[in-house]
Write a protein that binds this ligand. Structure first.
Ligand code: 3PG
Ligand code: MG
Length: 399
């Protein structure tokens, strides 16, 4: 790979130099309290930050959080993340209350060697996500002024052509951080010559989000197991009634076509858990997929499906999993996701979990993270990588 790495930068010496690190600190927050519910993405960037601190760099971290619309919005402040990052680093993180304004300028200017600053949410600035090159470029100029070198460790955002991901590396000496490097190394094993059988499990709510990756994976995988909300559009395509379950009507023909072309590789649920309502305490039962009542909706895959999928997974030598099998946040509808996750950990296979939701599910269900080969911090990014797309953030590092 023609990408320079953090080790190359460290070998040059960074003591006293300002290093701008793009991280993906886009962590899930509790809707009521605003508390961080899963700090996996903060932990994932610690190896890079720790190495820079130790080498005496002035470390300037920037990230997005959520999808604010180009202006400050307190619910998306990175302030709480600065606190958590400081706890994990064991040293205070100097938080700038704006991204490129007075607070950011003085915070960066006041950094001593080996100290860390975090800038406020990049997306509080319209230039970050702008489609207009000049507007993005102007914002990138302001950001680049805070660094003598740039490290991209935001794997979850490498598929975004955003100022901090794509335009800043064109303005500064740039390298890939430890997380980006590890993610690319692992995912390239899946696009290269994966050991077979190669089994992919896809869940999540929308077929339309996963269509490109399904198309790209079908020729490569040995088995494609489909659960989650999106399985109902496939079941409908098989002529079954799905009650009031999630259904993308305009995708039914596409799913039928995929099933016809899949050569039997696609496995769908044979039973599902149906409920009266989308609620944690809703009355629910397990039914066969040809018996979904018209007034009920499917919120999880059933035990026979878990058994069938688990059997396929137990044969696998390589596994990629993206997307929960059901509404795992509600205990009544978590068994499917838990069962599949456990089957993956039991398989004698190299397993990769992709996607913020699936990674959060692994931790929320109390599963042992170390029993998976790799848990990616990227959702969209890992899928686009597997699709074989050019990722703007990686391309920018290659130049
Ligand atoms: C993610 O959560 O997938 C990444 O942080 C990217 O966020 P985005 O989808 O809002 O660009
Ligand atoms: Mg996303």
């Amino acid at each position: 790979m023609s990408i320079r790495t953090l080790d190359d930068l460290l070998a040059e010496g960074v003591s006293g130099r300002r290093v701008l690190v793009r991280a993906d600190l886009n962590v899930p927050l509790d809707k009521q309290t605003g508390a961080i519910t899963d700090d996996g993405r903060i932990r994932a960037v610690l190896p890079t930050l720790g190495a820079l601190v130790e080498a005496g760099a002035k470390v300037v971290v920037c990230s997005h959080l959520g999808r604010p619309k180009g202006a400050p919005d307190p619910q998306f402040s990175l302030g709480p993340v600065a606190g958590r990052l400081g706890e994990l680093l064991g040293a205070p993180v100097h938080f700038a209350t704006d991204t490129v304004g007075d607070s950011a300028r003085s915070t960066v200017a006041d950094l001593a060697d080996g100290q860390v600053a975090l800038l406020e949410n990049l997306r509080f600035n319209a230039g970050e996500t702008s489609k207009d090159e000049a507007e993005r470029g102007a914002f990138a100029d302001q950001l680049a002024a805070f660094g003598d070198a740039y490290v991209d460790d935001a794997f979850g955002a490498v598929h975004r052509k955003h100022a901090s991901v794509f335009d800043v590396p064109a303005r500064l000496p740039h390298v890939a951080g430890r997380l980006v490097l590890r993610e690319v190394e692992v995912l390239s094993k899946l696009t290269g010559e994966p050991e077979r059988p190669y089994v992919v499990v896809l869940g999540g709510s929308k077929v339309s989000d996963k269509l490109a990756v399904i198309e790209a994976l079908l020729p490569t995988v040995d088995r494609l197991l489909i659960g989650g909300g999106m399985c109902f559009t496939f079941l409908k395509a098989q002529g079954l009634e799905v009650g009031t379950s999630l259904l993308e009507k305009d995708m039914v023909d596409t799913c039928r076509n995929l099933l016809e072309r899949s050569g039997g590789k696609i496995m769908l649920p044979v039973d599902v858990v149906v409920a009266d309502a989308f609620a944690p305490d809703a009355a629910h039962d397990t039914v066969r997929v040809d018996g979904i009542p018209s007034h009920r909706l499917g919120l999880d895959v059933g035990p026979e499906t878990v058994a069938g999928f688990s059997a396929a997974l137990s044969q696998a030598k390589t596994i990629f999993w993206n997307g929960p099998m059901g509404v795992f946040e509600m205990p009544a509808f978590a068994a499917g996701t838990r069962g599949i996750a456990e089957a993956i950990t039991k398989a004698d296979a190299f397993s990769v979990v992709g996607g913020g939701d699936s990674a959060a599910a692994v931790r929320a269900l109390g599963l042992d993270e170390s029993s998976f080969g790799h848990i990616s911090t990227g959702g969209g990014a890992s899928l686009e990588y597997l699709e074989g797309k050019t990722l703007p953030g990686i391309a920018a590092l290659e130049n």
